[in-house]
Design a protein. Structure first.
Length: 118
């Protein structure tokens, strides 16, 4: 068994424009994902808005500076994640395909295996 992180990205302006009915359908989709994942689901959280993000960077001299906003400064931001434990990548991708973000052209998913360190 291996652990995979499913990272959920989207355009915050598009999410903000969703109606209450769209949000209800969205939450129902996440509920269906969690039910299907069952005991393979290890963790998952929605992140707060990217507007309340603080990014830290160090320069060549080791001086750390804090900046308001996302590290990448991209239109799409990380909105949440799930960690699943599955037999392989194919099984993790099968679960990820159930997430409602794939029903929106302004969002997407990234599935990455967690590194195993001894």
């Amino acid at each position: 068994m291996a652990k995979y992180m499913i990272l959920i990205y989207g355009d915050t302006q598009q999410w903000a424009a969703m109606t209450e009915e769209q949000w209800q359908a969205h939450h129902t989709g996440h509920g269906a994902f969690m039910a299907k994942a069952g005991d393979r689901l290890r963790d998952g959280q929605q992140l707060d808005q990217a507007t309340v993000t603080t990014s830290l960077r160090a320069d060549a001299d080791g001086q750390v500076s804090a900046t308001e906003g996302s590290f990448l400064g991209a239109k799409e931001t990380l909105g949440g994640y799930y960690i699943v434990e599955t037999a392989d990548l194919d099984e993790a991708l099968e679960l990820a395909r159930l997430l409602p973000e794939l029903n929106h052209t302004h969002s997407g998913l990234e599935v990455r295996k967690l590194a195993e360190r001894g």
